[in-house]
Design a protein around this ligand. Structure first.
Ligand code: GAR
Length: 209
């Protein structure tokens, strides 16, 4: 399976994917990493691993649609079977979502459908929820709203602040994302629920990983 990664930030989830491949837990080829931020740590991690790294800053394009078109044309050029959004922080337009329907997944730091969008850890703390976590889901036109493949739960502690909680969630993300990509790369996800990949309907019960 050919995988393209989209990332805006430090790239620890990309590193977790590469570590999983090195450890024999993920049978996949990483064919390109793409970022909207030229300084993203994820691009450095990709280059160090010999993976082509591309920066497409939005300011170089007339509008959001033009940036999306350039980005996803570059992604299409590497002929990925799967696009993994690993900390990609821009909204993805409907045209790109439709172009890669069922072939693009995202990791999000909450137990979806709770806390779509930003500042998920602080919002979970403000609500005093006992359990928080992370989700991997298919990307659809609904922000953080596509079918959830799997989730990891993290207990919230009385003395947590957003930073401490984020760190524990991130540690779980580093196991969750490679496990989900491996499910898809090995063709096992379709055995678990064909409907997820093929028609985009929501799993009745996301996997707990
Ligand atoms: C991760 O916590 C990921 O879940 C989150 O960004 C972080 C990226 O960290 N993604 C989102 O918030 C997407 N809306 P990383 O760059 O170290 O992988």
């Amino acid at each position: 399976m050919r995988i393209a990664v989209l990332a805006s930030g430090r790239g620890s989830n990309l590193r977790a994917l590469l570590d999983a491949r090195a450890a024999g837990r993920l049978d996949a080829a990483f064919v390109g990493t793409f970022s909207d931020r030229p300084g993203a740590g994820a691009l450095e991690i990709a280059r160090a691993a010999g993976i082509p790294a591309h920066a497409l800053p939005p300011r170089a394009y007339a509008d959001r649609a033009a940036h999306d078109e350039a980005l996803f044309s570059a992604v299409a050029d590497v002929q990925p079977d799967l696009i993994v959004c690993a900390g990609y922080m821009r909204l993805i337009g409907d045209a790109a979502v439709a172009r890669f329907a069922g072939r693009m997944i995202n990791i999000h730091p909450s137990l979806l459908p709770a806390y779509r969008g930003l500042h998920t850890h602080q919002r979970a703390l403000d609500d005093r929820v006992p359990v928080h976590g992370a989700s991997v889901h298919y990307v659809t036109a609904a922000l953080d709203g596509g079918p959830v493949i799997a989730q990891a739960e993290v207990a919230v502690r009385a003395d947590d602040d957003a930073e401490r909680l984020a760190a524990r969630v991130l540690a779980r993300e580093h196991r969750l994302l490679p496990a989900c990509v491996a499910l898809i790369a090995d063709g096992r996800l379709r055995q678990l629920d064909d409907a997820v990949a093929l028609d985009g309907t929501r799993l009745t019960r996301p996997l707990r990983l």
